[in-house]
Design a protein around this ligand. Structure first.
Ligand code: SAM
Length: 280
């Protein structure tokens, strides 16, 4: 079932959390000249026009990147992320929002490479149009979970892997655990970032406990809630990112910025954040 289209959600609060941490991870990997590989198991369309009928229908970006866009007090840690989004909006108006592959590309050097998986035919076409001629990018219209296994370990032995499924089907909750367990075996030193939704749904509630069961040596779990869970229904009230082998500097950097981000993105008094980690 491929009903999910990221265009409805591009630039929302969940993208802000996911993408600002992604920029942090890749910036950390850029500190050494040695090449890195960025693997995106669920790449999406790559770049989104916020004025399109689809994005405008939900307007989710207005409570996400829209709240950061005009701020003059951006903490240093968020500045690189917003600067990367600005590269796609040279007029200064927020018109386009770059998805994870496009953001990663802004940080890729001549020696780095991107491996992208996307199953939806329309989003796959969009990705191919954006990156088609770029030799550093390989795009695969295949299942990202199986694709990831086939790429590990990467020749560079340095990789940041984003696993960002739609979670529209229960199976995603099972497959993310399976793929992480296998990836940790094949390539134990890789940096893995799993995005997950905070929803009032049993699978979503149980996920953090199941992730802990992977028994990774170094891990970080960050959750940002923008509001109280809705009294009824399955509305997204926040999201989390679970990292395996995060940079050792990341907890301290997140501790500094999360209060600010929560205040800026918060919708009601249910807004808050949680940060747990273990760095070995
Ligand atoms: C949340 S979106 C990705 C957003 C993107 N990572 C970003 O941050 O800009 C999830 C994408 O995964 C695609 N997808 C769903 N199942 C997939 C699978 N098994 N393998 C690869 N892509 C899949 C969907 O079509 C959708 O475009």
């Amino acid at each position: 079932m491929l009903s999910y289209r990221h265009a409805f959600h591009a630039g929302n609060h969940a993208d802000v959390l996911k993408h600002f941490v992604l920029v942090e991870l890749l910036n950390y990997y850029r500190q050494k000249d040695k090449p890195w590989t960025y693997i995106d198991t669920h790449a999406g369309a790559g770049c989104y026009a916020l004025g399109s009928e689809v994005a405008a229908k939900t307007g989710e970006f207005t409570d996400g990147i829209g709240r950061l866009w005009a701020r003059e007090d951006l903490p240093a840690i968020v500045q690189d992320y917003v600067a990367a989004v600005r590269q796609f909006n040279p007029s200064g108006r927020l018109v386009f929002y770059p998805g994870s592959p496009a953001l990663a590309m802004t940080l890729a050097r001549a020696q780095d490479s991107l491996r992208l998986f996307e199953l939806h035919p329309a989003d796959l076409r969009a990705l191919q149009q954006t990156f088609g001629k770029e030799a550093r990018v390989k795009i695969n219209g295949a299942d990202g979970y199986s694709g990831l296994k086939s790429l590990l370990p990467p020749p560079s032995r340095r990789a940041v892997v984003l696993i960002d499924p739609p979670y529209e089907v229960k199976d995603d909750y099972r497959r993310v655990l399976e793929v992480l367990a296998e990836a940790m075996q094949r390539f134990p030193t890789g940096c893995y970032a799993l995005w997950y939704p905070l929803l009032d749904r049993a699978e979503s509630r149980r996920l953090p406990e199941k992730l802990a069961g992977l028994e990774a040596g170094s891990w970080l779990d960050v959750r940002l809630m923008t509001r109280h869970p809705p009294a009824e229904g399955l509305g997204l009230y926040g999201s989390g990112l679970y990292l395996i082998n995060p940079p050792w500097v990341l907890p301290e950097r997140l501790e500094k910025v999360l209060p600010w981000l929560t205040e800026v993105l918060g919708i009601d008094e249910g807004a808050g954040f949680e940060l747990d980690y273990q760095i070995e």
